[in-house]
Design a protein around this ligand. Structure first.
Ligand SMILES: Nc1ncnc2c1ncn2[C@@H]1O[C@H](COP(=O)(O)OP(=O)(O)OP(=O)(O)O)[C@@H](O)[C@H]1O
Ligand SMILES: [Mg+2]
Length: 469
């Protein structure tokens, strides 16, 4: 028997967590028995938190025979009808009362199953036996009528500390050699799903290694996480630690995650203030990302990733249950980016063409060399950038963010030095104001010659080679 079955609680007392819901269930059962209550219970909660277990344990505690049916199974309605339909049918062949557990009612969806849902609704309205329905997502529009005809009891994900203590008991019982830190990692990784935690523990034990390292690898051993899983984890959880764990095994870069979150936050969060707070964290994360890249100080990544995961996750007051159809970041964002890049390229080419009097076509041919020089030799790069009067965006287009920064820093240093030099020069000129005419004439002559030179070169096609001559 697998551990999940082996350690399935038999009584409600043994069920971990959700104390309030357990009390509510007991009260409902007592009211049903005494005839005060007629409505079935709709037990809602995330996977593996104990819905089916609780329903069955409750039945056992109150001496009912439990019949467990799956709502997606078309035969279920028939079976239930045969039980609740006849007057005497409310007792089992053993003469005991019957509790019907109709599992996973949110599994019936789509128009083909509409009949099934209607059937269940009919049963719910006439059932004389206690009936417990379970579902993960009860906020599907199609389940509205069911919600209204039932007493809804919500279960929460099992807190990590509770999962930890269940795992500890199992580990002791199985005689496992595993330390508490490792158990804690498994517990955290389960995100409130106790079934998943027990399964993970069992598979690690079967694998023969219960080290912390192996527990940390749980994710990658399972199916590789997709970006959808990662954003789901961040947008669904309200737990700081779980949100941080979303990046374990995340294969893409943080910029990609940022785009995905930006696109999907308003799809998940329904309150204005939550959306605003989430975006606020995202923009702060963006600042750190920029800093990390610019300064090549990758410790900033830590801040960026915490803000993107925990910051965005905790922006909501409570978890939104139910399935949210996440989408890829809008394509038009990409197009916009491409468009602005095209604009930058156009400017670069026109500057080259203007300064060196070459055609745009020729300028384009030089682009490759230009970009190589800028990347390989920042000092020379700075001079070229100054000559062409490129902006930082343009240099970034030709190289990358870091190189552009570097070149502009060198350029600034050069300009600063020039300014200083000019100041000194001015002072000297004042002192030497008495320079004789002859020298001045000589200088004028030289100047004119230079200008003439310049004019001559203007007519020619000046390529990048010309620049270096
Ligand atoms: N609250 C709990 N206390 C103790 N064990 C639990 C609890 N919740 C889940 N488990 C363990 O996980 C297993 C599966 O739980 P159960 O089938 O009740 O989950 P569920 O909420 O019905 O999940 P699903 O939504 O997938 O139907 C149980 O057999 C038990 O081993
Ligand atoms: Mg279940």
């Amino acid at each position: 028997m697998n551990w999940v079955e082996k350690y399935r609680p038999k009584t409600l007392d043994e069920v971990a967590g959700n104390k309030v819901a357990k009390e509510e269930l007991k009260r409902w059962m007592e009211d049903f028995i005494s005839g005060k209550e007629r409505k079935p219970v709709l037990l809602a909660g995330p996977p593996g938190c104990g819905k089916t277990t609780m329903a069955k344990a409750l039945g056992r505690d109150y001496n009912f025979d439990v019949i467990e049916l799956n709502a997606s199974d078309r035969r279920s309605a028939e079976v239930i009808r045969s039980i609740v339909g006849s007057a005497s049918g409310s007792k089992s062949i053993f003469g005991r009362r019957i509790l019907i557990v109709l599992d996973e009612v949110d599994g019936i969806s789509g128009s083909s199953d509409k009949g099934g849902l209607k059937e269940i609704l009919k049963i719910v309205k006439v059932a004389k036996n206690p009936l417990i329905l379970t579902a993960n997502d009860i906020y599907k529009p199609s389940l509205k009528p069911l919600r209204e005809s039932c007493k809804v009891i919500n279960l929460k994900p099992i807190p990590t500390t509770v999962i930890f203590s269940v795992l500890k008991k199992i580990a002791r019982n199985e005689g496992l050699d595993i330390d508490e830190d490792t158990l804690r990692v498994i517990a955290r990784h389960a995100e409130g799903d106790l079934r998943a935690a027990i399964n993970d523990l069992e598979s690690l034990a079967l694998g023969g290694s219960l080290s912390l390292e192996d527990a940390k690898k749980l994710d990658s051993r399972n199916v590789e996480k997709t970006i959808f899983d990662t954003i789901r984890m961040i947008l669904k959880t309200t737990h700081y630690n779980i949100a941080l764990l979303a990046l374990w095994d995340f294969k893409e870069d943080l910029e990609t995650l940022e785009e995905w979150l930006a696109e999907n936050i308003p799809r998940e969060y329904k309150k204005m203030n939550e959306v605003a707070t989430a975006y606020d964290y995202l923009s702060k994360a963006d600042l750190f990302l920029g800093r990390a890249n610019r300064r090549q100080n990758y410790s900033f990544w830590r801040y960026a990733s915490s803000l993107m995961t925990a910051g965005v996750a905790l922006a909501k007051e409570e978890k939104y249950r139910g399935f949210t159809p996440y989408v890829r970041p809008k394509v038009f964002n990409k197009l916009l980016q491409v468009k602005s890049e095209r604009e930058i390229l156009k400017k670069i080419l026109s500057k080259i063409s203007e300064k060196t009097h070459v055609s745009i076509k020729r300028a384009r041919e030089d682009l490759h060399y230009l970009s190589t020089i800028l990347k390989e030799n920042s000092k020379l790069g700075a001079k070229i950038v100054d000559f062409y009067e490129f902006t930082e965006d343009e240099v970034e287009y030709l190289t990358d963010k870091d190189t552009a920064k570097k070149i502009f820093k060198i350029l600034k240093d050069i300009k600063d030095k020039e300014k200083k030099y000019k100041k000194v020069e001015k002072k000297e000129i004042k002192v030497k104001d008495t320079k004789n005419e002859k020298v001045k004439k000589e200088e004028n002559k030289k100047k004119k010659e230079k200008e003439k030179d310049k004019k001559e070169t203007k007519g020619k096609q000046m390529t990048l080679d010309a620049f270096f001559q």
